[in-house]
Ligand binder design. Structure first.
Ligand SMILES: *Cc1c(COP(=O)(O)O)cnc(C)c1O
Length: 466
């Protein structure tokens, strides 16, 4: 059959749209969308015939079945829920902190109706969306005042622009960090309208370096948490207290970008000490910025806590309006902060802290209980074993501190990269994808971040390696 004969066999859009098999599809997806997909499908078919990659035309019934599948596939939820067993607790690509269901119940109620987001119920006058969280932040950190924006990058941008637009900002050369995804201190400085004054050397910065760097155009001293790396060896930096004293003596404000910013003493859950927001404020910093969805374990947000005068200036900046958070964030952040009022239940109620604090023995026990499900899921294609592993906090918190954990290791029966990738991919293609990591020719699923063993087992049951 010639190409032209084949083209003539392709059914018309009208013929397909009036086909009885398409009636249900039309009803479910509507005429407009169905027509678009039908047109698209037929155009592809025509092209396939013209380029000779197709030598027959499927019957109308098959075409309609294909079209129905396409429309269904287009309906899949996106982004979709996945199970994070990578070993990185706060995985930026997997959405960082998980929120508790109890928090989301409140958020749902707020999001699906009207709320007093900016409405004072006592006076009936206009209110302030920060009022729902400011008192919690000040209570938990000792700050005089606080405000919230879209994320910590926005918080830094806003503080710099408010405190030092057109002026110089002193930052140590050892703190000119790049946070994943193009957030670089020198570039944010430029975008904020400030001039970066580099202080000291990459590995060592002294108080006298700051003293010498300050000139008439300097408006701000800034310290940046070097979240995602550590300089080792012959190093020194200037602490918060010393810098705060210098800033006071020169009548300059002092800003600290803490990055992750923890509200609790991490030593209490067996980790290395990280300066808490409270400690940094106590040291004399005028404002501190930190993320809502890193160690805090809340929604994406950037929190600015500090003196009344700095926060008032920040709130007057028109950029604040452009960077403000929506009602779902305000509600989620408020509920998560409330959990911090009772540290005894925090370990149970907030997933991020629960995963961080999970003891190696508890993880090991969970691994033993999950092992049979993993072995069953891979069948004869691989061997599953529980092995010692290390988890990381992620998102730049304590980059070198790794937490002893247990992982389920999957070693393919057949060697080679292709087989490894095939099995790794199968887990990623489950209805609720299970995401692990590759290490030395094996797949590792770190058990530390398993939240719901039942959900995981159910997914494993539908793994198919045929
Ligand atoms: C993560 C981080 C940021 C950016 O915070 P986001 O909430 O991701 O915008 C800024 N500064 C430091 C030091 C960080 O670690």
């Amino acid at each position: 059959m010639t190409g032209n004969d084949l083209l003539k066999q392709i059914p018309s859009v009208d013929k397909l749209l009036t086909h009885e098999d398409l009636a249900d599809v039309l009803e479910k997806f509507g005429r407009r969308r169905t027509t678009r997909i039908v047109q698209h499908y037929l155009a592809e078919l025509r092209e396939a015939v013209q380029t000779k990659s197709r030598k027959d035309i499927p019957p109308a019934g098959n075409i309609i079945a294909d079209i129905a599948l396409r429309l269904e596939a287009d309906e899949t939820v996106s982004p979709k829920r996945v199970i994070n067993l990578t070993g990185t607790i706060l995985h930026t690509n997997l959405g960082r902190a998980s929120l508790p269901t109890s928090v989301m119940e409140t958020v749902t109620a707020i999001a699906t109706g009207a709320s007093n987001l900016e409405f004072d119920l006592d006076t009936g006058a206009r209110g302030d969306r920060d009022s729902h969280v400011e008192h919690l932040i000040t209570e938990l950190t000792g700050a005089e005042a606080a405000t919230v924006v879209n994320n910590n990058a926005a918080a830094v941008l806003l503080c710099l622009n408010t405190l030092a637009e057109g002026k110089g900002v002193c930052v140590s050369r050892g703190e000119l960090v790049e946070i994943g995804g193009s957030f670089r201190i020198p570039e944010v400085m430029t975008k904020s309208g400030c001039t970066l004054i580099e202080v000291g050397a990459t590995n060592r910065t002294h108080l006298r370096d700051y003293e010498n760097a300050i000139d008439d155009n300097t408006a701000l001293l800034m310290k940046v948490h070097t979240s995602n790396y550590e300089i080792k060896g012959f190093t020194s930096d200037v602490g918060y207290e010393e810098l705060a004293a210098l800033s006071k003596s020169r009548s300059l404000p002092f800003l600290a970008d803490l990055g992750s910013g923890t509200l609790i003493n991490l030593e209490e859950i067996g980790l290395e000490h990280e300066p808490t927001v409270t400690e940094v404020l106590k040291a004399g910093v005028d404002a501190v910025t930190f993320s809502g969805d890193k160690l805090l374990g809340g929604p994406q947000a950037g929190i600015i806590a500090g003196s009344k005068s700095v926060i008032a200036a920040v709130k007057k900046n028109p950029l604040k309006r452009a960077l403000r958070v929506d009602k779902m964030t305000v509600s989620a952040l408020s509920e998560v902060l409330k959990l911090y009022r009772n540290p005894d239940v925090l370990l149970e109620s907030l997933p991020t802290i629960k995963f961080l604090a999970r003891s190696p023995s508890v993880i090991d026990e969970m691994a033993s209980r999950l092992l049979p499900s993993f072995q069953q899921s891979v069948g004869a294609a691989a061997t599953a074993r529980a092995v010692p592993a290390f988890s990381q906090i992620g998102s730049g918190a304590l980059p070198l501190d790794t937490l002893p954990s247990t992982a389920i290791e999957i070693s393919p029966a057949r060697s080679g990269e292709r087989e490894l990738q095939r099995i790794f991919t199968a887990f990623r293609q489950l209805p609720t994808p299970v995401i692990g990591r590759l290490q030395d020719g094996r797949i590792l699923f770190d058990v530390r971040t398993v939240d719901d063993p039942g959900e995981l087992k159910q997914q494993l049951e539908s793994l198919s390696l045929e």
